[in-house]
Design a protein around this ligand. Structure first.
Ligand code: L3W
Ligand code: SF4
Length: 441
């Protein structure tokens, strides 16, 4: 049984409410943190090895240490709760069941960064969670954990919740900042990074929900102990939202030392593939990361067992590896059609492209049309090469990572399931495709 640091108390009845949360050790981390200096907390987070849980895996302490501190200019902490990556629903679980963990993490992080006004930017569709968070913030205010002169430290802080309006792109940190400022959520060119010029041109740290919640156990058990959990540069625990053709889809907390095989097949986690089917493929980090066929999913390029951590999932680069991403683990069984699946993702990215850069605006629409043709028996063999060419021209040529996110699933699908694309072209009248790329598991 792996160690739980975030969801260990999520099952306790009433943990959503302040009194129960407090009785079960809640807010002890704030008490501990306010006895330390802000700089020492930043150091502690650096030492813990915590990496951003939103998708990029950027070291959190390092990001915090980049925060500019010009005299007389406010600094902001923004919590990215715009969880919209297909297959990703871990932050929703955390906010819904144990909201005070996030509020506690936000208070500590705000103190460490000197943010007196901290924002939670939440996906618009999570309307009921807004109510849960508002109530938790009101309870924290009532109990004196927020507001003026918290714990007689002289530090004032308030947390505000802002709902998005349903655009995936607002999960990109600079688009989120634009939206928070009341503008259309168009990503900005980086640099300058938000740590230098962010919300209302002030230095700003944007972190994912799970990242900020993880600051609580780091304070409670100390950075040294936290850094010993997990492996290598994948320290601590990670929330994984597992979905698709699984016996037990859901949100799991793992300590990043388990194998992919154990995660999919053991009863402690996903309990194997539903309906006795075979595993065909998996996207382990949200729709933006490369899909892998079962044989490459379970073993790395070096033939080693693939583990559920940042390094092992990426082993071999994009030829044979993928990414941990946001931890949205999407599993496809033998009956699923990769072409159809890729078409569905392409449609999503075309719809969500903000349209600022030509390669993304034009390329996503073009890829969607070609994939629609191939999927519906109107494709040509040359379309497969054309698709490959288009995704290559998008990758690395756009303002924000949505362009890459649209390109990578197409590239990986063609790389690993080209035979399935070809079959669609040569069998235009046949129905659902089956049994391509199956590992003999
Ligand atoms: C200061 C520097 N700050 C980097 C900061 C930067 C950002 C963080 C990581 O995309 C990925 C994306 C999605 N000075 C800095 C610096 N920073 N250098 O570090 O930056 P970056 O650009 O690598 O990542 P990002 O823009 O945050 C995130 C992928 O995640 N993804 C998406 C998941 C979506 C969700 C969701 O819906 N909630 O999680 C999944 O894989 O495609 O590639 O803060 O400012 N020199
Ligand atoms: Fe907009 Fe796409 Fe360019 Fe990102 S890559 S800024 S979503 S057009």
């Amino acid at each position: 049984m792996g160690r739980k640091l975030l969801l260990d108390k999520a099952h306790i009845e009433g943990i959503r409410y302040y009194d129960t949360y407090r009785k079960n050790g809640g807010y002890a981390a704030v008490e501990k943190a306010f006895k330390m200096s802000p700089a020492d907390i930043v150091e502690e987070v650096k030492k813990s090895g915590l990496r951003g849980r939103g998708g990029a895996g950027f070291p959190t302490g390092l990001k915090w240490s980049f925060l500019a501190k010009p005299e007389g200019v406010p600094r902001y902490l923004v919590c990215n709760a715009d969880e919209s990556e297909p297959g990703t629903f871990k932050d929703r679980y955390l906010m819904e069941f144990i909201p005070h963990l996030l509020i506690e993490g936000l208070i500590i992080s705000s103190y460490a960064l000197g943010s007196h006004r901290t924002y939670i930017y939440i996906r618009g569709e999570y309307a009921w969670i807004v109510d849960i968070l508002e109530q938790a913030i009101a309870e924290a205010n009532q109990a004196g954990w927020l507001g003026k002169n918290i714990l007689n430290s002289g530090f004032d802080c308030q947390i505000y919740v802002q709902r998005g309006a349903g655009a995936y792109i607002c999960g990109e940190e600079t688009a989120l900042i634009e939206s928070l400022e009341g503008k259309r959520g168009n990503p900005r060119i980086k640099p300058p990074f938000p740590a230098v010029k962010g919300l209302w041109d002030s230095p700003t740290v944007v972190n994912n929900v799970e990242t900020l919640a993880a600051v609580v156990p780091i304070m409670n058990i100390g950075a040294e102990e936290y850094s010993k959990i997990g492996i290598g540069k994948s320290t601590g625990t990670k929330l994984i939202s597992a979905c698709g053709n699984l016996n037990k889809p859901g949100v799991y907390e793992i300590d990043m030392t388990i194998s992919v095989e154990e995660f999919i097949f053991s009863d402690e986690y996903c309990g194997g593939i539903a309906n006795g089917k075979r595993l065909k493929a998996c996207i382990p980090g949200g729709s933006s990361v490369p899909i892998l066929p079962a044989n490459l999913l379970l073993k790395t390029a070096k033939g080693e067992t693939r583990m559920m951590n940042y390094e092992s999932l990426a082993d071999g680069g994009f030829a044979t590896g993928t990414m941990m991403g946001s931890g949205g683990f999407i599993v496809l069984d033998e009956d699923q059609c990769v072409v159809r699946h890729t078409f569905s993702l392409a449609r999503f990215y075309r719809h969500e492209s903000c349209g600022q850069c030509s390669p993304c605006r034009e390329g996503t629409g073009w890829m969607e049309k070609i994939l629609n043709n191939i999927e519906n028996g109107k494709g040509k063999m040359s379309d497969i090469d054309l698709l490959w060419d288009i995704q290559r021209k998008i990758e690395g040529n756009t303002i924000c990572p949505l362009g890459d996110a649209a390109a990578w699933p197409v590239a990986a699908a063609i790389r690993h399931f080209r035979d399935e694309f070809e079959w669609h072209v040569t069998h235009p009248d046949e129905a659902q495709i089956r049994n391509f790329g199956l590992a003999h598991y």
